[in-house]
Design a protein around this ligand. Structure first.
Ligand code: PMP
Length: 359
């Protein structure tokens, strides 16, 4: 069996021990004589899986009792609309920090429900940095403040989160569970699962219960957080497979020393890659140094033709997914929790070699 080094942005590499355990349990889960995928979501066996997944998230993230943990469908993209549908009335303002491609989606959807104030806009700097807290222009009485903790496409990441009076909402799709966070400081956290949590087709939502209660009455049932809180993510048939894999991934993270453990490794991996990007002008790293993402490392080369050659030869050499997002081009190495130190070291070896041959 040949497994390549997968630097794709998502769906992304999963920890090998998780895949192995899933393979082991695929045909007969816990002596049930069937696969998790074939099992009623109301069965006792699955109940233990979903309760276990929630308990793991609560423990690893330190989720306080004030907050609910939900496993929802529609990915992070549904959350762009679900957040304002629940929290923003027509006469209210959402303060949204415009840091790049994914923040723009949160802005677009919020505008359908109420007023949007761009608390900061990185447009003139091509979204290559995260603003300082003092730069944010916040609205008194805002319904919420929205940040994108890690811009997956541009490769920039909040190192600390602003203190806000209004509830802080964060799209953490591409850096969830990669470093310790203080959940109590957030009104709502959401993340598509397909980078650090498991397979695609699910979003993890951690929401303060009192905020969920603000939902307007005329909101459709599936769009209300309160529906999913009342039914513990089992109002309808959830993505049972994704919940199961998330349970395994969270158990794997605990074995790595929890979020502090994975953070240490993530910092090491990113340093190796950024050190290489800074070593020679052959590489042209995109993000401003202080805003560099530990998850998505972006860079350019002398020409698009050279970038194409690099990506193509890298794939041939067993390093896949390095092409930048189609909207911005360039190169991007996504080094989520499951990417090994060895994988990053091997990539840097390939990069040095490529420079020698093509520099
Ligand atoms: N937000 C961020 C930061 C993302 O990286 C992505 C997906 N790459 C999304 C939102 C959208 O997620 P989904 O495809 O699960 O809707």
């Amino acid at each position: 069996m040949a497994r390549i080094y997968n630097f794709g942005a998502g769906p992304a590499a999963l920890p090998l021990p998780v895949l192995e355990q899933a393979r082991e349990e695929l045909l007969d889960y816990a002596g049930s004589g069937m696969s998790i995928m074939e099992m009623s979501h109301r069965s006792k066996t699955f109940d233990a899986v979903i309760k276990g997944a929630e308990a793991n998230v609560r423990r690893i993230f330190g989720v306080p009792d004030t907050h609910a943990v939900l496993f929802l469908q529609g990915g992070a993209s549904l959350q762009f609309g679900m957040v304002p549908a629940n929290l923003l009335r027509a006469d209210q303002t959402a303060d949204i920090v415009h840091t790049g491609s994914w923040a723009s989606k949160a802005i677009k959807e919020a505008k359908l429900y109420g007023k949007v104030n761009l608390a900061w806009d990185g447009k003139n700097e091509k979204y290559m940095r995260i603003p300082d807290e003092q730069e944010l222009k916040l609205t008194p009485g805002a319904a919420y403040v929205h940040v994108t903790s890690n811009e997956t496409i541009e490769g920039i990441q909040f190192k600390t989160f602003p203190k806000t009076e209004a509830p802080l909402v964060a799209d953490m799709s591409s850096d969830i569970m990669s470093r310790p966070i203080d959940v109590s400081r957030f009104g709502l956290i959401y993340a598509g699962a397909q980078k650090n949590l498991g397979p695609s087709g699910m979003a993890l939502v951690i929401v303060r219960k009192d905020l969920a209660a603000r939902v307007p009455d005329n909101t459709t049932t599936m769009m209300k957080y309160s529906t999913h809180i009342e039914n513990q993510s089992l109002y309808n048939t959830p993505n049972t497979w994704a919940i199961y894999i998330l349970k395994l991934v969270t158990e794997w993270v605990e074995k790595q020393g929890g979020m502090a453990g994975v953070q240490k490794l993530n910092e090491q991996k990113a340093k190796i890659l950024y050190d290489e990007l800074d070593r020679t002008a052959y590489w042209k790293p995109c993000a401003q140094k202080s805003s560099r993402s530990l998850m998505n490392v972006t860079w350019r080369m002398g020409s698009e033709a050279l970038e194409e050659k690099f990506a193509k030869e890298a794939t041939k050499a067993g390093f896949d997914g390095l092409k930048g997002h189609r909207s911005v081009g360039g190169l991007r190495a996504s080094i989520y929790n499951a990417m090994t130190l060895e994988g990053v070291q091997a990539l840097v070896g390939f990069m040095k070699d490529f420079e020698k041959k093509n520099g």
